[in-house]
Design a protein around this ligand. Structure first.
Ligand code: 5CU
Length: 405
């Protein structure tokens, strides 16, 4: 049966296969991997917000011989290393399975972590996508019943290459969708040039897992952030705002009307979309330009309807308050006209592994970042309830067809 009662499924769980790590090791601009003499693990440096620390920390680190365990810890001097430790958790399949077993996760839907293939030259992106997606497929085949995956797309390549990557992904038996950042082909997800790609994904029943990476410009965080506030501002605020903006741009560009079968899974419970959907709708309804442009027809599809019919939200929000908002926003009893949908059918558990490891208790035991998300679902929906069971796994199995055809 597609409804395997009680199964726990993690739809937000990343890996960087060894081939991808090699690419990062060869780079001198972000994203990159760099070793520091003061740290036992190499550092994975991904975000624009980490750039200010990158060069200054290299010199400080080489004079420093201690060990390093956390994203912003330093060993003995006041130097702060950029990025995060690149541990085995990022690329080892056996670590992924160990993590799943430790946390009672039956099935994981893997995805390449950000920034995917967004930075590759046009000519190499297609072959690398083919190879990395095949590698994910092989990992899934190696542990029958435990793994599925979202493929990565070579978005810097010409459209025919992207379309053939979609066809390749659709042919792989464990692939259930693609992971996509917010830059699209370089001009955002409201770019009309993406419509054939969205149509091809919808036609192949491939769900788009939309995930942030680019955040907001460093200037928003101010001059003290890089040295003093760790990763808090870009991760807690930049990522969710980026997702919110990307989906709102898609909505304003009528992507959901043009490709009505397109299904999105939004990372981090849609950023701030559940909370801001009402304000976005009100700004639309009061916009004179949109009125004059004929975009405010009474029967237009509202953002609420999109949330209730074309969007799933992951449950990576760390609080029952966020879970309750996500369920309410995607439920037809809120403000939409869609028939019959319940928000609890559109929310799907995830962990964000291998990001957010415990800083002090070791990475081989329980991760607090996971238990916070489990506790949030239980508190918002009740322990052992049908709603909680759907969010923890039933929805993922149903929506992503997590059984072999
Ligand atoms: O800690 C981080 O930087 C990240 C990241 O880059 N991507 C992600 O999915 N979660 C956390």
């Amino acid at each position: 049966s597609p409804f395997s009662k009680g199964k726990v499924v993690d739809v937000h769980t990343h890996m960087y296969p060894p081939e991808y790590v090699k690419i990062l090791e060869s780079r001198t601009t972000i994203p990159l991997v760099r070793s520091f003499s003061s740290a036992s693990d190499p550092r994975l440096i991904l975000l624009e917000a980490e750039v200010p620390l990158l060069d200054s920390s290299a010199a400080a680190s080489s004079a420093d011989s201690g060990s390093d365990s956390g994203p912003s810890s330093s060993s003995s001097s006041s130097a702060v290393l950029p990025g995060r430790p690149l541990t085995q958790h990022y690329s080892s399949l056996s670590q992924k399975i160990h993590f799943m077993d430790t946390h009672g996760i039956d099935i994981s839907v893997l995805s390449l972590a950000n920034p995917w293939l967004d930075f590759l030259p046009a000519e190499s992106a297609g072959p690398i996508a083919h190879s990395i997606n095949s590698e994910f497929s092989a990992m899934c085949a190696a542990v029958p019943g435990r793994l599925f995956f979202f493929a990565a797309l070579p978005l810097t390549s010409p459209q025919p290459t992207i379309l053939s990557a979609i066809a390749h992904a659709a042919s792989l038996p464990f692939c259930r969708g693609v992971i996509l950042g917010t830059s699209g082909l370089g001009a955002g997800l409201d770019d009309p040039a993406l419509l054939p790609i969205f149509s091809a994904l919808a036609a192949s029943s491939l769900t788009v897992f939309l995930h942030p990476h680019y955040g907001l410009p460093n200037a928003v965080w101010g001059p003290r952030a890089a040295e003093n506030y760790g990763h808090v501002l870009p991760l807690a605020l930049g990522f969710p705002m980026e997702t919110t903006i990307a989906v709102t741009r898609m909505f304003l560009a009528a992507v959901f009307d043009t490709v009505p079968c397109l299904q999105l899974l939004l990372a981090h419970s849609g950023g701030t979309l559940p909370f801001l959907a009402g304000r976005i709708e009100s700004c639309i309804a009061h916009d004179g330009y949109l009125l004059r442009a004929g975009k405010l027809a009474p029967q237009r599809k509202t953002l609420w309807e999109v949330l209730q019919t074309q969007i799933y939200l992951d449950a990576v929000v760390y609080s029952d308050v966020g879970i309750a908002a996500a369920v309410a926003a995607t439920s037809s009893s809120s403000s939409g006209r869609a028939e019959g949908g319940k928000g609890e059918d559109r929310l799907i558990f995830g962990t964000d592994h291998p990001f957010f490891p415990p800083l002090e208790t070791g990475e081989h035991g329980q991760w607090e970042s996971v238990s916070l998300n489990v506790a949030a679902v239980k508190k918002a929906l009740g322990e052992g309830t049908e709603a909680a069971e759907k969010v923890m796994g039933g929805n993922a199995v149903r929506v992503l067809r997590l059984y072999q055809d």
